[in-house]
Design a protein around this ligand. Structure first.
Ligand code: LLP
Length: 442
């Protein structure tokens, strides 16, 4: 082999995803093999694909409910509200399901507020985060009487106070503090360092709390932080929360008595080889630090509630080989699911049906790619997959969070449909877009 061929081969190898080969249906209990077929709860995935078409997002209601309850129970007697982070998956039916479980909500835009209003959610349970809330969005959220504004800059605080005074109401507020903690994850989803745009450093936040301590328009209710996403170690959580707890006490000593401590989201999940934190250990770490404060804890989990509950179904269009490299071309593309292209995310892909009904068929390394005209349009590279052919149904795992919400119409492709499974039945919770949806508004 020539030196350059060896280099190419080794760079190809290093791109091969590390994958334990464990059947993903084994770590998401609501998805399982029955004989030769994969099921979501009591429904065969092939049946959903036949009725709803592909590509299709499929979510398990039992998985969402289970994840919510597990975290809720782990927090035990610590007064708390789980405010599900709407950005992870904002389908109205999912929001309604979580509201029925007693969840509150974390939003970042007027659009997410609108969705919650449509879902009939109690505004008091909504917290509003984000570094760039516009004046209009602030006004809208004040009018709706949401529960908490997480303010991220002195300039935003001024706008909040002025809008509150205009409307003659007092704005329930917290400052999002940037705790300057390194929190793993992909650089695009890590948010808690001094160098990031999020929150205020403590030296800036404290004077703001004091300046508005006796304000008629700002009602200090809390302090907040969110340090990043897909976090797989307790250390950054412990470090950041210890800092936040110290600030909470310091504020009390200065006469700013708060009720809420909002610790954001970030709890990581298992996609392929990751070892996820257990909600129990995460909750124990948090409640131990908070116990002496006697505060009401808010958490804003997104991914950990919904990522494992969802899969993306897609069909094989063609298989082909280019100079020894094998490709499986599917009917979903980067516009339908962008995490691999955007974050190098590794999501296992398996067939929905196997001759042997298990995960042990012989595998070959393939790139699973979509029809979009870009090399970045891949779902997996050098992925070990059973031999598949045109028409076979494939399952991309862990697609419940940051999946549909990050779709686009790139290449004038219509957005996929979404399906919710509950026990032995399923229903469309969003229809597939039509061609006329593509040009609506043009
Ligand atoms: N709270 C705030 C203020 C946030 O910014 C986020 C996520 C969350 C809560 C929820 O975090 P989670 O529990 O889901 O980690 N699109 C990326 C993830 C971006 C996360 C942005 N912020 C992805 O696909 O990985």
């Amino acid at each position: 082999m020539s030196a350059s061929a060896a280099r190419r081969a080794s760079s190809r190898r290093s791109k091969s995803p590390a994958y334990s080969g464990i059947d993903p249906a084994g770590y998401t209990p609501e998805f399982s093999w029955r004989g030769n077929d994969l099921y979501c709860e009591g429904v065969r995935l092939e049946e959903i694909a036949a009725r709803a078409g592909t590509p299709a997002y499929v979510y398990s209601a039992a998985s969402i409910t289970g994840a919510y309850r597990k975290l809720n129970q782990a927090l035990g007697r610590q007064p708390h509200t789980i405010c599900y982070s709407v950005k992870a998956n904002s389908n109205l039916s999912i929001l309604r399901l979580l509201a029925r479980l007693g969840s509150g909500f974390d939003i970042v835009s007027a659009g997410e507020l609108f969705r919650l209003q449509r879902a009939g959610v109690d505004a008091e349970s909504i917290v509003f985060s984000g570094a760039g809330k516009s004046r209009d969005e602030i006004r809208e959220a004040l009018r709706a009487r949401i529960g908490l504004f997480n303010v991220e800059s002195a300039a935003e605080l001024e706008i909040l106070a002025s809008e509150a005074s205009r409307s003659g109401s007092r704005a329930p507020a917290a400052i999002r503090v940037n705790p300057d903690v390194e929190a793993g994850g992909h650089p695009h989803i890590s948010t808690g360092r001094r160098s990031h745009k999020f929150g205020m450093d403590w030296e800036t936040a404290l004077p703001q709390y004091l300046q508005y301590r006796d304000s008629r328009w700002i009602d200090w209710r809390g302090i907040s932080a969110h340090i990043g996403s897909q976090i797989l170690s307790l250390t950054p959580f412990r470090r950041a929360l210890t800092r936040l707890a110290r600030h909470f006490r310091e504020l009390a000593d200065s006469g700013v008595k708060l009720r809420y401590l909002d610790f954001g989201g970030g709890l990581g999940v298992r996609y392929s080889n990751e070892k996820a934190l257990s909600p129990a250990n995460y909750a124990k770490t948090i409640t131990r630090i908070l116990r002496p404060l006697r505060c009401h804890l808010l958490l804003e989990p997104g991914r950990s509630i919904i990522a494992p509950a969802g899969v993306l179904l897609m069909r094989v269009l063609y298989t082909k080989e280019n100079r020894g490299k094998k490709f499986v071309i599917v009917d979903a593309a980067m516009n339908d699911f962008i995490r691999p292209a955007l974050y190098d995310a590794v999501h296992p892909i398996t067939p929905a049906k196997r001759p042997g009904g298990n995960n042990n068929g012989p595998k070959i390394r393939v790139d699973v790619v979509g029809p979009v005209c870009e090399s970045g349009d891949f779902f997996a590279q050098d992925w070990p997959l059973e031999r598949v052919s045109s028409g076979d149904l494939l399952v991309l795992w862990g697609a419940g969070a940051y999946g549909f919400v990050q779709t686009s119409n790139y290449n004038s492709r219509v957005r996929p449909t979404e399906v919710l499974v509950e026990g032995g039945s399923f229903r469309l919770i969003r229809r597939r877009e039509s061609l006329s949806d593509l040009i609506r508004g043009e």
